[in-house]
Design a protein around this ligand. Structure first.
Ligand SMILES: *[C@@H]1O[C@H](CO)[C@@H](O)[C@H](O)[C@H]1NC(C)=O
Ligand SMILES: *[C@@H]1O[C@H](CO)[C@@H](O)[C@H](O)[C@H]1NC(C)=O
Length: 188
């Protein structure tokens, strides 16, 4: 009986050792990442046309909650915007979109304009098919902001990287254009 138990323990131990070895091998074949040189680097422009009650046909974003009336300061604290924005290669709003930016942002600071964003760049053209998801804080008063690209599908399968935002143009509450400098550090 005791002999059998120790035999079982031995089998169990060697099994764990095997798993440990295996996981070590898996780790060692992981790609090394060169943070100085992105594996893909490109520029895109995002256009946001806010719904303003008389542009139903052209609006690409809508405020779904706006608690400004509650008196939470002057920086839109609590405002929540959902969007399906066109993304182009150049700065022209009328250029053929290469992707859509689909997601949301909300204002989350009472002392300055500051948003938190979560959206996916959806590519569906003959050149590119796939998605890239961006989730991060967007301190929009800074001249440039780095946001994390946390994953992707299709042509951007399992990608990770950084997108640097620059606000190119703001036209009152109706329109803004963002320059997105995309650097991917993991490509498969
Ligand atoms: C809005 O969309 C309509 C219909 O597509 C178009 O005729 C009009 O020029 C657009 N307006 C603006 C300001 O882009
Ligand atoms: C992608 O484009 C194809 C061809 O235009 C279309 O049939 C398909 O529905 C699109 N997919 C998405 C997710 O938009």
């Amino acid at each position: 009986m005791a002999n059998q138990v120790s035999k079982h323990i031995k089998t169990l131990l060697s099994f764990f050792l095997f798993v440990l070895l295996l996981s070590d091998t898996v780790l060692s074949v992981r790609k090394s990442i060169n943070l100085k040189k992105p594996c893909k680097h490109f520029l895109l422009h995002l256009h946001n046309v806010a719904y303003d009650s008389d542009n139903t046909a052209n609006a690409t974003s809508a405020t779904v909650i706006n608690p400004m009336v509650l008196g939470l300061g002057n920086f839109n604290f609590g405002k929540f915007v959902i969007f399906d924005n066109p993304v182009t290669m150049d700065e022209n709003y009328l250029s053929k979109p290469v992707a859509r930016a689909q997601g949301f942002f909300f204002y989350n600071k009472k002392t300055t304009y500051n948003t938190w964003m979560a959206f996916t760049l959806v590519f569906n053209s003959t050149q590119h098919k796939g998605t890239m998801t961006i989730i991060d804080a967007n301190p929009m008063m800074e001249p440039t902001r780095d946001l994390s690209i946390v994953g992707g599908t299709g042509d951007f399968l399992m990608t990770r990287g950084i997108v640097t935002f620059t606000t190119d143009l703001i036209q009152s509450n109706k329109y803004f254009r963002l320059k997105m400098d995309i650097k991917l550090y993991e490509c498969y």
